[in-house]
Structures are given as C-alpha cells and as structure tokens.
Design a protein around this ligand. Sequence first.
Ligand code: ZN
Length: 128
Amino acid sequence: MLCEVCGRPSGNLKKILLEGVEMLACEECSSLGIEEAPPQKTKKIDFEEMEIRKAGAFDLGLDLKKGFGKIISMARQKQGLTFEELGKKIFEPVSLLHRIESESIKPSDKLISKLEKALQVKLTEKQE
Ligand SMILES: [Zn+2]
C-alpha cells in the first residue's frame, strides 16, 4: 500500500483527514492530518432507553412549572428518598428520574401525576 500523502510504500497506513479529505497516510504523514476515529458502533437502544423515550414527552397539553426538576429534587430530598427509592416507588428507571430532575426531558402526563402523588407536589400550572 502506498501512502496517499507522500507516496511512499507503507505497511501501516492510517486513515486521516487532511484538509477535510480522507486519506490513507503512513505513520509519518498521519501526524499531518487528523486521525479519524474508528467508526462508532451504533449504540443499541436498550430497554431502559426505550422506556425513557416513551416516558419523555415533549409536546403535551400540560404546562409544566418552571423549574420542575428542582421541585421534584427538593420534594424527593425532603422525603429522604434517593433516586433509587423514588424509582422503585413509582416504577420508573433511575436514569429517567435523573434526566427529569436535570430537566433534560419533560415527564409525560402519566409520569407527572405519579410524581405529584409520590412526592406530594404540584408540577403543572393551573390552566385558566
Ligand atoms: Zn506518507
């Protein structure tokens, strides 16, 4: 195999990006470009991820209060519950609770009412 940069034969060619062009380069030339990361294995969506996607709602009628994550977090801590304990209580994965408390996803209507009941808080604004 020949290095596509300098043309010298090399038994150890690396795929690099040189000025945006993918090239096969020898050891010496590979330092000129950005070494291309090996292709990532497509992350398999596991069961928990599926549950999170199902539970995560993005366009629902209910108006979540601003700072709902904080409300949940404070109510949970007030009750002395860990994520794990709360998860067990409402049958939801811990990572889902993490994401809700960090507000990276919004809980679904169903989950909102479960959280409200478990933590005795109000998470939605009253619609007039
Ligand atoms: Zn070379």
